[in-house]
Design a protein around this ligand. Structure first.
Ligand code: ZN
Length: 81
């Protein structure tokens, strides 16, 4: 019996029968990163735990000088000195 690939998959895969559950967006991960679901396969129907993995990405933005608190004065056309 081949080992079921159910780690870090795009959709939850039943660890018992390998059935792919395509309804992941219906799962409730609001309060924690794990939830228990019932296998979508009618012939299996076993409960298993789904653990969600969240990756972090970053975005950066330039800060306009006038937007910095305490720096720059109203009117950007003021010249130094
Ligand atoms: Zn199953």
């Amino acid at each position: 019996m081949p080992e079921i690939d159910c780690k870090y998959t795009d959709d939850p895969v039943c660890p018992y029968c390998g059935y792919v559950c395509g309804d992941a967006w219906e799962l409730d991960f609001r309060s924690n990163e794990e939830t228990t679901v019932e296998c979508c396969n009618d012939k299996c129907g076993k409960d298993y735990t789904v653990s969600a993995h969240f990756s972090v990405t970053y975005s950066t933005f330039k800060i306009e000088p006038a937007a910095l608190p305490g720096k720059g004065k109203e009117g950007n056309d003021e010249k130094p000195e």
